[in-house]
Design a binder for this molecule. Structure first.
Ligand SMILES: Cc1cc2nc3c(=O)[nH]c(=O)nc-3n(C[C@H](O)[C@H](O)[C@H](O)COP(=O)(O)OP(=O)(O)OC[C@H]3O[C@@H](n4cnc5c(N)ncnc54)[C@H](O)[C@@H]3O)c2cc1C
Length: 388
């Protein structure tokens, strides 16, 4: 077992760290106020090659390993979880869908600009009545000649209103449950496709990330725009979410690390009763607990990423890393606010934002409860296999 990162992995992490310190952290507050991340910033992420990191070079990516990608995701989240969400949606959800299930033409036409960051993507599975119960898709897909006609709505879609390409899940007529779901690619500007409601900086966290409701009213797309086979949508969604959850797990560690660093700095500088508060054992305890939590969550996501790089099924490892990471980020943000006292509650200190941003990690790409169900299914399955 080797816990050393390679020279290349250390370098890419340093590049991301320096980008975040200089070009992200100083601006996050203004992005949140505007409710968006400027396109110049995503262009810079593209220039650094982060959007296409694990995508093969022939499709505009960097052909790098998932450990490297996850390290970059952690760094971006240390600065801004909204920007991390954009990176995750673009790479782990949209690019993965096209890489694993798109045909050659779709890879050239859509995956390449997504991996290069020239186009932005969104991934629309959730509906008003299909969140955790994602198989309860109601958006309808009917084939008419050389076209698919989509009717229905999607809820809470990150970047859904700004994306150039949206992967949309919809159901074939007379099908139910996991059967008959398909994935489609819809381009921005397609007639019948709109974003009637967008929530930005009024939500609890992720205030620089637009969250859109999408509407499809007789939205006609070419038959060419189905991704994968008819009825393969459920398989696609589950495969892709497994990739996405690795990004959420790594992102959680970024938030935890930011909370830890801010708390250490504050504990050194802030004085009470004539001494730095870091000299009080109850403050030290909170910092020690954070340090243990962050390190444990980091090892969990690195294991999940490493398994992915070995082409080994990492379903269990990813769900463990996401669940523990999401819970750890909420715990760490809570402790960080406590270490900061009233300053932690003030919008002038970043820990206030981390506290708000941490909560989403246990909700999207499968809630904490859904991760527990997956973990239980996997470990009980393991138990059964070892008994056999
Ligand atoms: C900011 C934001 C961004 C998002 N971005 C995207 C996106 O880009 N694309 C996308 O498709 N979706 C996105 N989502 C949607 C997100 O994935 C869903 O909100 C999530 O899956 C939960 O679904 P729900 O909100 O319908 O909650 P529900 O499914 O209604 O869950 C409510 C509660 O019930 C629990 N619960 C449900 N079923 C069970 C069960 N069987 N056992 C135990 N407990 C259960 C849940 O864990 C939760 O605590 C986003 C959401 C938000 C808030």
């Amino acid at each position: 077992m080797d816990f050393q990162l390679s020279e290349e992995q250390r370098m890419i992490r340093e590049t991301a760290r320096s980008f975040v310190d200089k070009e992200v952290i100083p601006h996050v507050k203004s992005w949140e106020e505007k409710g968006e991340i400027p396109r110049s910033v995503t262009d810079r992420v593209a220039e650094l090659g982060f959007f296409g990191m694990p995508i093969p070079e022939e499709y505009g990516g960097a052909g790098m390993d998932y450990v490297s990608f996850a390290l970059v995701v952690e760094e971006i989240a240390r600065g801004c979880n909204s920007l991390r969400t954009t990176l995750s949606v673009q790479t782990s959800l949209v690019a993965t869908t096209l890489l694993a299930f798109g045909n050659e033409e779709q890879k050239r036409k859509y995956l390449t600009p997504i991996a290069q960051g020239k186009k932005l993507g969104a991934w629309a599975l959730t509906e008003p009545d299909a969140g955790s119960d994602a198989a309860n898709q109601r958006t309808a897909a009917v084939r008419e000649g050389r076209e698919w006609v989509l009717n229905g709505s999607k809820r809470f879609i990150s970047n859904g209103n700004v994306a150039d390409y949206v992967i949309v899940f919809a159901r074939l007529p007379k099908t139910e449950g996991h059967e008959g779901i398909c994935a489609f690619l819809v381009e921005k500007g397609t007639s019948g496709f709109s974003a009637p409601h967008v929530e930005t900086n009024t939500k609890l966290g992720l205030r620089a990330s637009p969250t859109a409701d999408l509407a499809f009213d007789d939205c006609r797309i070419s038959v060419e725009n189905i991704v994968g086979q008819e009825g393969q949508g459920w398989e696609i969604a589950m495969y892709v979410l497994n990739h996405g959850r690795l990004g959420v797990a790594a992102g959680a560690v970024g938030i935890g690390q930011a909370c830890l660093e801010a708390s250490i700095e504050h504990a050194r500088e802030r004085k009470a009763f004539g001494r730095p508060i870091g000299s009080f054992q109850l403050i030290q305890e909170m910092i020690a607990e954070m340090a243990v939590d962050v390190e444990a969550a980091r090892l969990l996501y690195l294991k999940a990423a490493w398994l992915r790089d070995q082409n080994v099924d990492n379903t269990l490892a990813v769900s463990v890393a996401k669940l523990f990471g999401a819970q750890m980020a909420v715990r760490s943000a809570d402790r960080a606010v406590q270490v900061h006292g009233g300053y932690g509650f003030s919008g002038d200190y970043p820990v206030e934002r981390h506290f708000r941003d941490a909560k989403i990690l246990g909700i999207y790409e499968g809630t904490n409860e859904i991760q527990k169900l997956i973990i239980a299914r996997e470990v009980i399955g393991e138990l059964r296999r070892s008994e056999a």
